[in-house]
Design a protein around this ligand. Structure first.
Ligand SMILES: O=P(O)(O)OP(=O)(O)OP(=O)(O)OC[C@H]1O[C@@H](n2cnc3c(O)ncnc32)[C@H](O)[C@@H]1O
Ligand SMILES: [Mg+2]
Length: 253
């Protein structure tokens, strides 16, 4: 049977956030797979009721995979501010009371509330966190789960036009905000970029997906796991006893 080519791989992005979708599509481009946003399938957004990023990311990926029948990738992310005990955290998208209208207005309201809560704070340390989950199908018992983070400071006023969400308030070590970086630079350093750089090799080793060599950016290396073939450390399957099938539990003599 012919080996699958990258063109035969499809993945649905379990997000309704256009900023995230643009970043994820660019980050996945080296794989050469077909990337589709859940909106193309007219999917309603998944509920995100959980107190942790990982549970929400799983819920989003499972929802998208269940309704499309495709492998799915979800990111649950947020801003964790030290002086606010980790808030807005999993509530980052809905920090301020809900604003009707374009997403940018909700982002602006969230930023205003954050600035208000940070008034008088000298400790302005913050982290962007991304937990990413990839599922082969909705009942996949082995989700690939990775994380990425970016450390910075909360500024005193919004600066920059790029990115989305809290980017205009998130100040990097060089004094610029994330909204003052171009898209490529943000993807290179961001929590989402870091998570995806960890995920790409796992897609290869666990799912058999790999980038076409001509499409790999320079210096982009995929580690190949080496397993011992003889001698110490070789793991042999246990001898089969009885007629149990995989997944049926232990088979007794
Ligand atoms: O759930 P989906 O549909 O993916 O879209 P969302 O925007 O609701 O995404 P999350 O539930 O993961 O919430 C993440 C929020 O955290 C903030 N956030 C996450 N990553 C960010 C980034 O790179 N730059 C700025 N803000 C970010 C922003 O407010 C997001 O709306
Ligand atoms: Mg969300």
């Amino acid at each position: 049977m012919a080996a699958p080519t990258s063109a035969t791989w499809r993945i649905v992005l379990a997000s309704g956030n256009p900023g995230k979708l643009a970043e994820l599509s660019a980050l996945l481009a080296p794989l050469g797979c077909q990337v589709q946003a859940q909106g193309e399938f007219h999917l309603a957004e998944a509920e995100e009721p959980h107190p942790t990023f990982i549970e929400n990311a799983l819920a989003k990926a499972r929802h998208a995979s269940f309704h499309t029948g495709l492998p799915a990738l979800a990111d649950d992310s947020g801003l964790c501010v030290e002086a606010l005990g980790g808030l807005p955290g999993v509530r980052s998208a809905r920090f301020a009371p809900q604003v009707e209208g374009p997403r940018a207005e909700q982002d602006a309201a969230n930023n205003r509330l954050l600035l208000q809560q940070m008034e008088g704070q000298t400790l302005r340390l913050a982290r962007f966190v991304s937990i990413m989950v990839a599922l082969r199908h909705a009942a996949d018992p082995e989700p690939l789960i990775v994380r990425g983070e970016l450390i910075g400071q909360i500024g005193h006023a919004a600066q920059g036009q790029g990115g989305f969400g809290y980017d205009p308030l998130f100040v990097l070590a060089d004094g610029r905000t994330l909204a003052q970086c171009d898209a490529q630079e943000k993807n290179r350093i961001s929590h989402r970029g870091q998570a995806l750089q960890t995920l790409l090799p796992l897609l290869r080793t666990h799912w058999g997906w790999m980038a076409a060599s001509s499409e790999r950016p320079q210096g982009w290396a995929i580690p190949t796991p080496t397993l011992p073939t003889s001698g110490e450390g070789v793991i042999s399957p246990p001898p089969r006893r009885g007629g149990g099938r995989d997944g049926d539990g232990p088979a007794f003599p």
